[in-house]
Design a protein around this ligand. Sequence first.
Ligand code: MLT
Length: 409
Amino acid sequence: MTLLNQNYLKLPGSYLFSEIAKKVAAFKAAHPDKSVISLGIGDVSAPLAPAVVEALQKASLEMGSADTFRGYGPEQGYAFLREAILQNDYTARGINLSADEIFVSDGAKSDVANFQELFSPSCVVAVQNPVYPVYVDTNVMAGRTGPFANGAFAGLVYLPCTQQNAFTPDLPHTRADLVYLCSPNNPTGAALTREQLTRWVNWAKANHAVILFDSAYEAFISQPDVPHSIYEIPGAQEVAVEFRSFSKTAGFTGTRCAYTVVPKALQVQDDAGQNYSLNALWLRRQTTKFNGVPYIVQRAAEAVYSPAGKAQTRQAVQTYMQNAQVILSALQNAGLTAYGGVNAPYIWLKTPNGLDSWAFFDKLLSEACVVGTPGVGFGACGEGFFRLTAFNTPQLTQQAAGRIAALTF
Ligand code: MLT
């Protein structure tokens, strides 16, 4: 008899953003006359940079010509892109890595979801709370948790990120083998300082733990004491994997390109105490299960690092961060308490008058026709909070901010 992987039955019925999309579609169907503005899912609005489009066109023409056509590429990415990433994102910051420690992929979401396969089902996983749901759900699917009850999966270590600790997690008080850290953070917008990240790296070393460091939002960092890469911290190459993406940095949410850094210095033991390189195992996994990112997309990603590409993508990031300021001021004018928006394109607001996150979602949608994301959707510590993104256009962000400021709470 064919049996299910029953771990799937522990999951909530649908993925957070699908659930919201369903509710918004129902609202639009019921109110076809209303213009709904989304500050919900973190999807970009600016088009691809001209330098990127030019690279896409050029690479497409190459694919249409017999002498420059390419079939399967290397699963881990073409050398031209891995070198560009290495030089621009690491060597330029004084980080000593090599191109074969960089794995190009179709998204940080899939990499962050898949990477846990390399670890034993018995590993204890720690996550921030609130948390990007993919870290949790994929470990549930893999059987690393018990059932869900009272807002938590049994067996998972939750690291509360609250107003009291400025949304930065304290070190675990109990055993944790794998820790997911997201900085700048989705959803709270908080970012770990050099000192805080150093404490994490030292803790991981002392506890033989691995940090899965999601820095998809590093391009939005504005404060100098916030590291862009965990490898800016001495010793981090022995304990951390880093996930990066072109999605938010360069508007690739629909184009799909990201990368994961797995340093060769990162070793994990089997149950006989023998060390293995995660770099070699991730290569084994990717070459078996992944066919690589399309050549034309990798050329487009390479163009992000050209002088014109850098200037154009930086401009888009600055525009989003100006949107963040517009949202923050509107919330302050409405008398709401809000966080984030300084090193991240996310604003995390405290819902007023004890409204719960979903009640605030309903109020914002029905009274202002603005979509956001209920904080509780990211975990129990998100209850009473709400996330807005800065990724819409300046014009629609201004409009949404005006509608929010006009609400009475
Ligand atoms: C979000 O809104 O949290 C992000 O768009 C999710 C993602 O990047 O997958």
